[in-house]
Design a protein around this ligand. Structure first.
Ligand code: AMP
Length: 630
């Protein structure tokens, strides 16, 4: 047996021994009594009886050995600034933020919603929350007021931390008006709003509710805020993600299991050591930002780089100039970003010294072979695909090069990671597919390993019904992805089994987009599907039936309504969810029983054969779509 196969087997056959060893990688205030309590499946409690603190493990623990080493470097090519914080400075800033949050009434167990651009204060806020046992709920800065309002309503935060504005491609995006609108829309009203003023956009502070960070920080320059030792099972955060229904789910994560899982992944998957430099180009609004911009690298005593800006501005060499300047050892990005760079001159990559990189990890969406090959040739370092989800918090499939160096196979994210009992399931009968190269649903036998979601925030029933009951006859976690596994254990991901689409690595629920479009007064009905795109992987495409089509007989009129619909999605959900096109049809393709033929619609939109259409009510419906997409 190879070293990794042995390691994996041990994690599945003797999970208690395996994870009890991994638990040694972090500091505990009280050591755990029990490794895993799975007496109430599918709810897993990891490291029961142990008490710890995520912020202690990410920051305080390193003060004795690396206080003056850079911990966080925040680089913005939008504002042309670079700020570096040593572990000692980060420790001080996090305590200031924690003291300010406490002064605003935040206590253990309370939620704090963070709606921020990629600035250092966002990381301070996250670390400050977990320091005092409060749960953060970070909302991606690209989301607009409707998305923000539904998250405020679900999380019921005591406080919101935000900033005057973000910036994208040199264009300032004010956040405060969106936040004010979201609070007005939400039934829940947070008691306090803490605003970081970057001086990018004017903002009005509402007396009594809104507070200025700079002023409050001054009052707490030297306030000491000790870490609150919390139970291992105490939730550290919630992070919302899209699913089949319109309402986003609050993925809830624990403290001890997550800290151990990240520490273990830094060692076994990333082969990282303290003092190394990690540069993840994601955003703190996504799970990669939580696990691999903020917590993972800091837990490992690494320097982490936070980047605000585009990969191509001021030029396509900007990321590689950062790699050279900071001697980055580990880089993490998404296939779409690489496809953007691939359109530029490859000589940008040769201008800089990138040989400090051990590898480039890519995740969030399928990594196509040509893209992997291009970046591999250009960088001359290993390219490592990794597959996981907001729900799992760390990779399900990849290569654990810290355990054993393994060969990358382009097109495959790799092997099942230790702790994940990955199975391919025949959807029709719930049976496991054990022979190689058979297509099935990628599923995970419980308990999910440490670090994965504990439940859906305040909705245990939704957690069980959504994730664990979708496969007939058995309680098993579904990823909602199709996959196959070859004879050597390498997996291939073949797309979602549900109505979730993936645009440039951003996961979006088509239902959410449909709900937003349908709220336009002149839209009677709409279907949104994901359509293959050479740059973004997929784009959302909408097919709508107008309530009153009498004015839609000219291109100009159709374009006007299309523009209105797009604007509505922008203002409710954010530009990330905007469909690439809104086509108007007189009827949507449906079965005789009225069920939307989504797969057929998607196939035609991608100019593929729609397959068997015998159940279709009106064949002319698909012909209209065919004529429109050309
Ligand atoms: P998110 O929760 O936003 O990270 O989205 C998770 C989903 O993105 C997965 O269920 C997959 O559909 C897709 N995904 C993530 N990483 C990969 C990958 N390396 N290859 C293929 N699909 C991926």
């Amino acid at each position: 047996m190879t070293a990794y196969a042995d390691f994996y087997r041990q994690s599945i056959d003797q999970p208690d021994a395996f994870w009890s060893e991994q638990a040694q990688l972090i500091d505990w205030h009280t050591p755990p009594r029990q490794v895993c309590d799975y007496s109430n499946p599918p709810f897993a409690k990891w490291f029961v009886g142990g008490t710890t603190n995520l912020c202690h493990n990410a920051v305080d623990r390193h003060l004795a050995t690396r206080a003056s080493q850079p911990a966080l470097v925040a680089i913005s090519t939008e504002t042309d600034s670079e700020r570096s914080y040593s572990f000692a400075e980060l420790h001080a800033e996090v305590q200031r933020m924690a003291a300010v949050l406490q002064s605003l009434g935040v206590k253990k167990g309370d939620r704090v919603l963070i709606y921020m651009p990629m600035i250092a204060e966002a990381a301070f806020a996250m670390l400050a929350c977990v320091r005092i046992g409060a749960l953060h709920s970070v909302v991606f800065g690209g989301f607009a007021s409707g998305s923000l309002a539904s998250r405020i309503e679900d999380a019921e935060p005591v406080a919101v931390v935000s900033a005057d504005a973000g910036s994208r491609g040199g264009k300032v995006v004010p956040y405060k008006p969106l936040l004010d609108e979201a609070i007005a829309l939400s039934k829940h009203k947070p008691a306090a709003v803490l605003m970081i003023n970057r001086g990018l956009a004017p903002m009005h502070l509402q007396p009594g509710r809104d507070h200025d960070w700079t002023a409050l920080r001054e009052q707490h320059l030297h306030t000491v805020v000790p870490c609150e030792w919390v139970e291992s099972t105490h939730p550290s955060y919630t992070l919302y993600t899209s699913g089949t229904t319109g309402k986003p789910k609050g993925v809830q994560r624990d403290t001890g299991g997550y800290t151990v899982a990240l520490a273990a992944s830094m060692k076994h998957i990333f082969d990282a050591k303290a003092g190394d430099v990690y540069f993840a180009t994601s955003d703190i609004g996504w799970v990669v930002g939580h696990s691999y911009i903020v917590y993972g690298p800091l837990i490992a005593g690494m320097t982490t780089i936070m980047y605000e800006g585009l990969p191509t501005r001021p030029d396509a060499g900007v990321w590689w100039s950062i790699v050279e300047k900071y001697k980055v050892t580990h880089m993490f990005s998404a296939p779409t970003a690489v496809r953007v760079l691939k359109k530029q001159d490859a000589s940008w990559l040769r201008k800089y010294h990138v040989q400090t990189l051990k590898a480039l990890w890519l995740a969030g969406e399928p990594l196509d072979e040509p893209t992997a090959q291009w970046i591999s040739d250009a960088l001359q370092v290993p390219i490592i695909d990794n597959y996981w989800q907001t729900e799992t918090g760390w990779p399900i499939l990849t290569l654990a090069n810290g355990v054993e160096q393994q060969t990358t196979r382009f097109g495959s994210p790799g092997k099942a990671m230790y702790g994940y009992h990955v199975k391919l399931i025949d959807e029709s009968n719930g049976e496991e597919l054990t022979a190689p190269n058979q297509k099935g649903v990628v599923a995970i036998e419980g308990p999910l390993p440490p670090g994965c979601m504990q439940t859906v925030w305040r909705d245990d029933a939704r957690f069980v019904n959504t994730y664990w009951k979708s496969i007939p006859g058995r309680l098993i976690y579904s990823t909602f992805d199709w996959g196959i596994r070859d004879a050597d254990g390498y997996h291939f991901i073949l797309g979602r089994t549900d109505d979730v689409i993936n645009v440039a690595g951003h996961r979006l629920g088509t239902r959410e987009i449909e709900e937003s479009i349908a709220s336009h007064p002149n839209i009677a009905e709409v279907a949104v599907v994901g359509v293959a795109d050479s740059l973004k992987g997929q784009v959302a495409m909408a097919f709508a039936v107008a309530r009153d089509a009498s004015g839609l007989d000219s291109d100009a009129a159709r374009l006007k309504l299309e523009g209105e619909v797009m604007k509505q999605v922008d203002s409710q959900l954010g530009a990330v969810a905007r469909p690439s096109r809104v086509y108007f049809v007189t009827v949507l393709p449906k079965t005789r029983s009225g069920k939307l033929l989504r797969r057929a619609l998607q196939a035609v939109a991608e100019r593929r054969d729609p397959g068997d259409l015998t159940t279709m009510e009106d064949p002319a419906a698909l012909q209209q779509v065919k004529d429109l997409v050309g």
